[in-house]
Design a protein around this ligand. Structure first.
Ligand SMILES: CC(C)(COP(=O)(O)OP(=O)(O)OC[C@H]1O[C@@H](n2cnc3c(N)ncnc32)[C@H](O)[C@@H]1OP(=O)(O)O)[C@@H](O)C(=O)NCCC(=O)NCCS
Length: 129
């Protein structure tokens, strides 16, 4: 488990490092990122990545918790993800599979659903307590 991870809101200055991370080139200083897209009471988790050298030490879990806390604080009730890699982990976290047709239109209209994630990606939802 990672002992100290500082979680902070990204700023425009972080964009190159976040891009590098999402392109799997690693990032100096930045070890992980997670994005939250909010549409009223619906939220979409996206751009979840941890630098290869820092994986499997709990950084992803810390980012995930921070994103959930942020979502709750913004009034999000239903959180969605599309994933080709972490379905099992998401099931353990409390997400359940969901037909894409049940995802709110505002989220389905976004870039993640319209093209960035393949049609084979698992579509999942968690109702935030
Ligand atoms: C997914 C990711 C962000 C997790 O970050 P992390 O810091 O390694 O996460 P944690 O250490 O908190 O948890 C590790 C757990 O995540 C799951 N996991 C991580 N990578 C996985 C993979 N490629 N396939 C399946 N499960 C994976 C496993 O359950 C793993 O637990 P284990 O080590 O006991 O097997 C990181 O592996 C990553 O950047 N992967 C590439 C990008 C990606 O697939 N993002 C998700 C898009 S929805």
């Amino acid at each position: 488990m990672v002992r100290r991870v500082e979680v902070a809101h990204a700023t425009p200055a972080d964009l190159p490092a976040v891009r590098a991370l999402l392109l799997a080139r690693g990032g100096e200083g930045l070890v992980g990122c997670i994005g939250l897209e909010v549409h009223g009471e619906a939220g979409l988790l996206r751009s979840f990545a941890v630098a290869p050298a820092a994986r499997r030490r709990g950084v992803g879990a810390v980012l995930n918790e921070a994103a959930l806390a942020l979502a709750r604080s913004l009034g999000v009730r239903d959180l969605y993800i599309l994933t080709t890699t972490v379905r099992e982990r998401a099931l353990r976290d409390g997400f359940v599979d969901l037909p894409r047709a049940e995802v709110p239109e505002a989220i389905r209209e976004g870039s993640q659903f319209r093209g960035l994630c393949p049609a084979t990606a698992a579509c999942m939802r968690m109702r935030l307590p």
